[in-house]
Design a protein around this ligand. Structure first.
Ligand code: ADP
Length: 407
């Protein structure tokens, strides 16, 4: 468009030059008729020059919606920088040598104290990503391992190849999706199993009763033996069905958790109740249960019953894990951490959770215990999540296990 405008003004200038030449001719020769003729004669070539130039001028492509907006001023550059700075994902730039640098506020917040624990490890993970594409990354934070989606694209800036990585933490979204999926699965399974088990248990007890009534009328040793065997078999079926119904019923707690009723929790009082309830068992084993609410711990608004249940489950696991330890010890510690958050840690001096089991311990039905049901930690996660918190296992340097609840 700009070049067309330039051509039009060029053509205008050509007409003016021709008119000026005609005026000069009139001045020299002194004939007004000649001036008019020269003017008319100048119009034709001027029109032709203008037409030819317009035909020759290349038609510039119109910008489309996806085209980058060319920067016209420093103000444009500043506006672009501000948008980048406040983008709702953490942006990093990776240069040709694999050096990683934070590009915006979100990225700097992720690297700030209290978030990513091992910054070089995260940078190495980002640098190892392919030039284009998406992947799931896991990195350690003070709150435990977190997962994030990373998307990369390659570009050349000032002749140098670079990659831009956008990191979007997904832990809480993935966690709530996983919990919902488990809840639905457990709901369907328990419903179906209970529907089938209840008639099995009641019919076998009824059949057993009928057989007992029939027994006096049976004649012959063989018939009496058969009736005895049948009674024993029916009794076994009824018992197994009842205990299976109990077992399946306990999983209902995972799917049928009541809605939390939040209120301001007096942590000191809640911890005192815990201690009263559980400490005697620890002392009886020559151990100790310590509870501590640090001064300045923020007020927590949650369902006190559900929080207590979560802590009881964690302490039950701690109790079982420290069974073989000479001086078993568990600690429940609440304190204020960065970002005005409340952190409750439940730690013990048992053998700790083996590294290879860490990804599975919160999965419903996962257990390493003989007779374990594997719902303790799944329920803890559900209870804490339902009250707006997160729970993770963080490996303590001193050994043992440490579960961290953040609100
Ligand atoms: P369960 O107690 O029935 O096994 P949980 O869901 O409570 O089910 O625990 C799952 C698994 O996590 C346990 O079997 C155990 O392997 C591991 N675990 C939980 N708490 C601890 C702990 N404090 N120390 C070591 N391992 C633990």
């Amino acid at each position: 468009m700009a070049s067309r405008r330039m051509l039009q003004s060029g053509a205008g200038a050509a007409v003016l030059v021709l008119m000026a030449l005609a005026a000069a001719a009139q001045a020299c020769i002194g004939s007004p008729r000649l001036l008019v003729l020269c003017g008319l004669a100048a119009c034709a070539p001027a029109w032709f020059v203008c037409y030819a130039l317009l035909r020759l001028a290349p038609e510039l492509p119109r910008p489309t919606a996806g085209d980058p907006v060319p920067l016209r001023s420093a103000a444009d550059a500043l506006a672009l920088e501000a948008r980048l700075e406040h983008a709702p994902v953490a942006l990093f730039v990776i240069d040709g040598q694999g050096e990683v640098a934070a590009l915006n506020a979100n990225a700097r917040q992720l690297l700030a104290p209290g978030r990513v624990l091992d910054r070089p490890k995260l940078f190495a993970q980002l640098a190892a990503q392919p030039a284009q594409g998406r992947a799931l990354l896991a990195f350690d934070t003070e709150r435990g391992t977190e997962r994030a989606m990373v998307a990369l694209s390659a570009l050349t800036v000032h002749g140098k190849a670079q990659r831009i990585a956008a990191l979007l933490p997904l832990e809480s979204e993935l966690e709530s999706e996983t919990l919902n999926a488990w809840r639905q699965l457990v709901q369907v399974l328990t419903h179906e199993i209970m529907n089938s088990l209840t008639p099995v248990a009641s019919l076998s007890s009824t059949a057993q009763g009928m057989l007992l009534e029939l027994q006096p009328q049976l004649e012959g040793e063989a018939a009496a033996d058969l009736a005895m065997d049948l009674t024993t078999a029916l009794d076994a079926i009824a018992r197994r069905a009842t205990s299976l119904a109990d077992f399946v019923g306990s999983y209902r707690s995972l799917s049928g958790m009541p809605e939390p009723r939040p209120e301001q929790i007096d942590l000191e009082a809640l911890f005192a109740r815990l201690s009263l309830l559980l400490e005697p068992a620890w002392q009886a084993r020559g151990g100790a249960l310590r509870v501590l609410v640090e001064p300045g711990a923020p007020v927590l608004v949650a369902d006190p019953g559900q929080l207590e249940q979560a802590l009881i489950n964690l302490l039950k696991n701690a109790f079982e894990a420290t069974a073989g330890v000479a001086a078993p010890c568990a600690t429940v510690h609440a304190r204020l951490v960065r970002g005005a958050r409340l952190r409750i840690e439940v730690s013990d001096n048992g053998p700790g959770v083996p590294e290879e089991l860490l990804p599975h311990v919160f999965t419903p039905f996962f257990t390493t215990k003989k007779g374990g049901r594997g719902i303790g930690l799944a329920l803890v996660r559900q209870l804490v999540h339902g009250n707006g918190g997160t729970v993770r296992h963080v490996r303590p340097v001193t050994g043992g296990a440490r579960f961290v609840l953040s609100f």
